[in-house]
Design a protein around this ligand. Structure first.
Ligand code: ASP
Length: 334
């Protein structure tokens, strides 16, 4: 395996989150404020970083990741794309809150047209906590971004010594350091300060997608409706009234639609609102026409995309065409 290049020039974009948080020293405490330490401060606190790469830091946002809007997502994607297009940048690291990291990573994975490494990282504990995880995560993120084997793999999430694909990864625990997991496992591990790869993502990403950042003014509004027992029509109606172009049903099991909601979804389709059936389980495909007649309704099965990512993929699909068949093709392709 090749060694990291000391020449790699890595741009580090700070956006906030717990990695930039400060407060209690108790590792299990929520008594801290996120998004207070600058990205330059984060880099300065990690010994050995300067030996890994030539770094340039910029603070794009300083927010909790729960506050990310679609406008923040597009602004970040455009900035990452600009940096990746430069000859003096070999890779980009984004520091980010963990709560919505999987959404940001996925949007970048589908829209930034580059083969250069883009790596997101964050922390489950603020820098003031005993055994804070941010410094090691940042060190590993830079090591992965600077490594000559990391290009062309799509957007990566480096947390807790694992390297995940933005297509699959999700935060699955509120507190633990191993909060991030992918249904099919990570792409690789960080071993002795370098990425060691075990698998590659099969679906198109970055430079090989059909989504064109330059042509996207704003993302179409897509709402997510939680699936649960005693489901009611009101959340679906509220999204339609708000002007949503599509709703993603975070359905129970394999995307099963309760009998009472079935006519509601058909009605939404007749009114031009797209319906995407996803699953709240966190893994496994939603299969077209299984337990619901997607052909008759004109709805879309989300394959294995979780509801937050299905929201983004539906919005991107709508930037291409207002067409359920085209959207279904996109869900099976990406
Ligand atoms: N609330 C924080 C955020 O997502 C949590 C974290 O970063 O771990 O910004």
């Amino acid at each position: 395996m090749s060694t990291p290049s000391s020449q790699a020039r890595i741009a580090v974009i700070g956006t906030g989150g717990t990695i930039a948080g400060a407060g209690s020293a108790d590792p299990g405490s929520a008594a801290y404020r996120s998004a207070v330490v600058s990205v330059a401060g984060l880099l300065a606190a990690v010994p050995g970083l300067a030996r890994l790469a030539e770094l340039q830091a910029e603070q794009l946002f300083q927010i909790d990741s729960a506050d990310f809007t679609d406008a923040h997502l597009l602004q970040l994607a455009r900035r990452v794309a600009e940096l990746c297009a430069r000859d003096d940048v070999d890779g980009v690291v984004v520091t980010h809150g963990t709560d919505t990291m999987e959404e940001t990573a996925y949007l970048l994975h589908l829209t930034v047209p580059t083969a250069k490494p883009i790596v997101l990282t964050g922390a489950m504990r603020p820098g003031t906590a005993l055994a804070a995880d941010g410094p090691a995560n940042l060190l590993h993120a830079v090591a992965v971004a600077a490594h000559p084997t990391s290009g062309g793999r799509g957007v990566l999430v480096v947390m807790n010594e694992e390297v995940h694909s933005a297509r699959d990864v999700a935060k699955g625990h509120t507190q633990r350091l191993d909060a991030f997991a992918s249904p099919h496992g990570p792409l690789g591990l960080v071993v002795e300060g370098a990425p060691r790869w075990y698998r590659a993502v099969a679906r198109p990403h970055t430079a090989r997608t059909e989504f064109d950042l330059a042509a996207i003014g704003a993302l179409p509004l897509v709402g997510v409706v939680a699936g649960h027992g005693n489901a009611r029509r009101e959340p679906c109606e509220a999204w339609a009234a708000a002007g949503a172009r599509a709703i993603v049903l975070a359905g129970v099991g394999g995307g099963t639609v309760p009998a009472d909601l079935q006519p509601v979804l058909r009605d939404l389709r007749r009114r031009g609102v797209h319906v995407v059936r996803a699953s709240r389980t966190g893994a496994g495909p939603v299969i077209r026409n299984a337990s619901f007649d997607d052909d008759a309704c004109g709805s879309v099965a989300a394959d294995d995309q979780n509801p937050p990512r299905a929201r983004l993929l539906a919005a991107l699909a709508l930037t291409r065409a207002d067409d359920a068949q085209a959207m279904q093709r996109i869900f099976l392709r990406y």
